[in-house]
Structure formats: C-alpha cells, structure tokens
Write a protein that binds this ligand. Structure first.
Ligand code: MF3
Ligand code: CO
Ligand code: CO
Length: 255
C-alpha cells in the first residue's frame, strides 16, 4: 500500500466520512462510562456491537482479515489489536485503549482513546497524557503542502523528549470506503520529508507510545501486539481530512 496512489476525496465524500467519524466518536463516548473495574472486555465489545447496529452501522473489525470481534481492546502492555474476551476482567489501575470503526453508509470512522480503569498510577497517567498530546501535535502539522514526515517528527520529538518511545510496526493509514489504504502514516520521521499533503486526503493518525522499548511482538493468536519488555503502551487515534487551509478532525465530536 505504501506506493499506491493516494485518493483525494470530494467534499461529498468527506461529508460521508464526517458522518461516520461523528458516529465513531459518539460510540467511544457511549462506552467510556462502562470502563470500570470488574467489567470484561467482552462486555464492552457486546455493548459496542449492539449500539453500532442500533445506529444503522456495521463494525468494520468483525471478520476483517479474520479478526473475531467488533472492537479492539488493548490493555496495559498491549500495543494494539487486543481481542475482547469474557475472561478478561478489567481491574483498578489498568489502562485500556478502545479502538472502534463503525462503517456508516459505506464509509469508515476510525478512532481510539485510552481510558483509565479506576485510579491510574503516576507513570500510566503521564504516558497517556503524553500520547494524547502527541496525537494533537501531529494533527497541528496537517495542512496542504506539509509533509507526512512532519506528522511523524512531531510525535517522535515529543514522545522521546518525555522519555517514551514510538512504536514502528503499526502506522496510520488512508481510510474511506476502504479500511486501510494509502498513505501509510508513520508515527516517527523527519521534518520536511515524505509525501506532500493535499486537500482531500483523509487518513488516520494513531500514535502508539511506549513506556520502555518501542519494540512489539504479536502473540500466538495472530493479532494481539504487546511490548517486548511488557511495559505499558498507550494510543489515541483520529481520522482527519486535509482541508483548503488546514485540517478537520472527523472523529472529534462537534456537538
Ligand atoms: N482500528 C484499527 C486501526 O486503527 C484496526 C483494527 S483491524 C482489526 O487501524 F482487525 F484488528 F480490527
Ligand atoms: Co486506524
Ligand atoms: Co482504529
């Protein structure tokens, strides 16, 4: 996908992405109060699936390359693609990234946030705060004429200045009627390098920031990615559109 042409969306298509993005943001708002000690990740999955259906949408992850559930739930050392399970009970002090992607009218809204379960440790709190800041610093770079490398550089600079590391094995991606398409959006990089951004590009930025090593490994289930040193990992994701003079965050609620 790296060398494929990047599709530019029309304003009519961006409008559809906005509707899907707003639904995705609403879904996370709906799930947030359920994140408490004692709840299972399967319960979050089932609530998300039901809500998604009730809102006339479909869960993109379900059956995607064989992924077995409707959302990803990535707890503590899980970097991404955690699989909800009735055996996984959340406990006080956990951090959990919930990644949702409803498909509405054919278009994907892809967003994730990391939530605290009960009371976080100081280090967990710091990691999650810095990760969200990384996403927003990256978004602040987006405008026509800026480059993909500016996005990665903004994230890497902030994460590393705070003593954290940036996951390299998973990247942001173009998204529209297709879940994952060009461009690939690395969360590390060099200022001024990479493809130029143009109006109508729509892609995700989804930095995964680690407390220790940036290296990840995928478990036997073929999905769950964890940190090699089993230290914490956090992630935030938005779907954004490049506009005439800047950026629109499609998965940020307007309401
Ligand atoms: N939503 C994830 C992303 O941001 C992708 C999940 S794919 C799945 O790209 F198959 F694991 F669900
Ligand atoms: Co994504
Ligand atoms: Co996602």
């Amino acid at each position: 996908m790296a060398n494929e042409t990047i599709t530019l969306l029309s304003s009519r298509e961006v409008e559809k992405m906005r509707a899907a993005g707003q639904l995705a943001a609403e879904l996370l708002d709906y799930l947030e109060p359920m994140v408490k000690p004692g709840v299972t990740t399967q319960e979050l999955n089932d609530a998300a699936e039901k809500w998604t259906q009730q809102h006339g949408a479909k869960s993109a992850p379900l059956g995607y390359h064989g992924f077995p559930k409707s959302i990803c739930t990535s707890v503590n050392e899980v970097v991404c693609h955690g699989i909800p399970s009735p055996r996984h009970v959340l406990k006080d002090g956990d951090i959990i990234n919930i990644d949702v992607t409803p498909i509405l009218d054919g278009y994907h809204g892809d967003t994730s946030r990391t939530f605290f379960v009960g009371t976080p440790s100081d280090k967990a709190k710091k990691l999650v705060e810095v990760t969200e800041e990384c996403l927003h610093r990256a978004i602040a770079q987006v405008k026509p004429g800026a480059r993909l490398g500016d996005i990665g550089a903004a994230i890497q600079e902030h994460a590393e200045a705070e003593g954290f590391s940036v996951v390299r094995d998973f990247v942001g991606h173009g998204v529209s009627t297709v879940f994952h398409t060009a461009p690939q959006v690395p969360h590390y990089g060099k200022w001024g390098k990479g493809k130029k951004l143009r109006k109508g590009m729509v892609f995700t930025i989804e930095p995964m920031i680690n407390e220790g090593t940036w290296e990840a490994q995928v478990l036997e289930d073929g999905w769950t990615a964890i940190t090699k040193d089993h230290k914490l990992s956090a992630q935030f994701e938005h779907t954004i559109a490049v506009t005439d003079d800047g950026v629109e965050i499609l998965t940020q609620r307007h309401s």
